[in-house]
Design a protein around this ligand. Structure first.
Ligand code: XIL
Length: 448
């Protein structure tokens, strides 16, 4: 398809998008939210990686079209797919995905322009000055073809080494052009499509660690010198060896504080059942807690086509059935199910329990902690009461907000309301004893 036709097809899509918005507004309270509609309600996009080869499968496409608001071509925009020999661009498979997305009013993430992997061998044979030219030509050729059609591009992918060194990874670009290749790529990308958000994307950078700090320092340097960068992508491929970091939100926030958007770009979490659901909830809550976290993309529609299918890391199983992780994500996004579904009308079984422990004790006071655990259904929020013995008073509270009625403290979540089925959160408080060492009584937990 030539560029003029692409632009026309994009203009035609605008009408479809407007129609879709009207449908969403007319949405009755009984209708189930989708991942995309629930995320949109939070001002975020919810996307998935898509493989062109599966678009002919009716269930695949129906699930994609129903649930997602953004797509990332899983392999079709990579260098080996788009410029297999120098100067010869092939866009057939990527066009299929972009055309499909546009016809359904979905946005497209571009992935990826400069990466050491899935790189055709001719690139590695070039000398430095030829390689610089080839890199810029690749960026302008690929971005030019989709100019105005991509909301965010992963300009450079995985340029840093794992581990504690904070060093750049060896690649033809790094080895021949030096650290400056990243900056050159971003400058070429801005020139090629000024409307696209330009992202740096990587993995094992999800928590605060040496690798993410090296990326952080690069982004800080770029923003201070006016090198064009708009966003940082956090791949977020998790499993038991690489779990959701406890400082995930803090890490996203420190990047956002540099003045760039953050996006979760390739989310998948190996596991199953309520444990997997709870991990997904953590990720969604972290993104929602960071104002500049503009959206999330899962790395595939169904477990059966996942690049790590053995780990069943996605939201739909191999038969396109919604997994507990699906319900957890939708409810963490503030969405609800249809009649009888989790969070939906008539479902009515949201429950929680609250359990108390004293976690610290000293002469004049103590710290108490309450663990709130969702029952067999995901919950959107909870309330717990704590009755203090006579004379005691609360001097601090964390992970919750309190209202007092005499000695009864009613605690609501501050950021930790949504819980997957069986998942837990805690809130804590510091008590001044005023001469009484008695334990407080935790009342019933109520969930909604
Ligand atoms: C993966 C694809 O999912 C696979 O189909 C392909 O064989 C290899 O690449 N980081 C990235 C993605 O940035 O492009 C990778 O995608 C997964 C890791």
């Amino acid at each position: 398809m030539n560029m003029m036709l692409r632009r026309l097809s994009r203009a035609a899509t605008a009408g479809l998008v407007a129609a879709a918005a009207l449908t969403a507004a007319a949405h009755s309270a009984e209708a189930a939210d989708t991942l995309g509609s629930a995320a949109a309600g939070q001002g975020r996009y919810f996307g998935t990686a898509v493989a062109a080869g599966h678009l002919g499968e009716a269930d695949y496409t129906a699930t994609l079209d129903r649930e997602f608001g953004s797509v990332t071509p899983e392999n079709e925009m990579k260098w080996d797919a788009t410029e297999p020999s120098r100067g010869t661009f092939t866009f057939t498979s990527a066009d299929r995905i972009v055309d499909h997305a546009q016809s359904r009013g979905m946005d497209v993430r571009g992935h990826t322009l400069v990466w050491h992997s899935q790189l055709p061998s001719w690139v590695g044979t070039l000398g430095a000055s030829d390689l610089r030219t080839a890199m810029k030509d690749h960026i302008s050729g690929l971005m030019g073809h989709y100019k105005g059609e991509i909301h965010s591009w992963d300009v450079v992918n995985e340029a840093f080494q794992d581990g504690g060194s904070g060093a750049r990874r060896s690649s033809p670009f790094q080895d021949k052009l030096g650290d400056g290749f990243i900056e050159e790529a971003f400058r070429a990308a801005r020139a090629a499509d000024p409307a696209a958000k330009l992202c740096y994307n990587d993995y094992n950078t999800d928590g605060v660690n040496a690798k993410s700090t090296a990326v952080y320092n690069m982004v800080k340097d770029f923003t201070s010198r006016g090198v064009p960068i708009d966003c940082v992508g956090f791949q977020s491929h998790f499993n038991s060896n690489s779990p959701v970091p406890s400082d995930y939100r803090q890490n996203l926030q420190r990047f956002a504080d540099l003045g760039v958007d953050v996006q979760i770009t390739e989310l998948d979490i190996e596991g199953s059942g309520s444990a997997q659901a709870a991990d997904y909830t953590k990720v969604v809550q972290a993104c929602l807690a960071v104002e500049r976290c503009t959206g999330m993309t899962v790395w595939g529609v169904t477990d059966k086509y996942s690049w790590r299918s053995g780990g069943t890391p996605l939201l739909f199983d191999g038969n396109y059935a919604e997994k507990p992780a699906y319900d957890a994500v939708r409810s963490a996004l503030g969405g609800s199910g249809g009649p009888g579904e989790p969070g939906g009308p008539g479902e009515g079984t949201a429950t929680c329990t609250a359990a108390y422990t004293r976690t610290a004790d000293w002469n004049g006071g103590y710290n108490g902690e309450v663990t709130v655990t969702a029952g067999s259904e995901p919950i959107g929020s909870w309330t717990a009461t704590v009755t203090l013995p006579a004379r005691q008073s609360v001097s601090a509270l964390w992970n919750g907000t309190a209202a007092f009625n005499g000695n009864v403290m009613t605690v609501r979540p501050s950021w930790n309301g949504a819980l997957a089925a069986g998942a837990s959160t805690t809130f804590g408080f510091t008590v001044t004893k005023n001469g009484s060492d008695a334990a407080p009584a935790v009342g019933a937990c109520t969930a909604s």
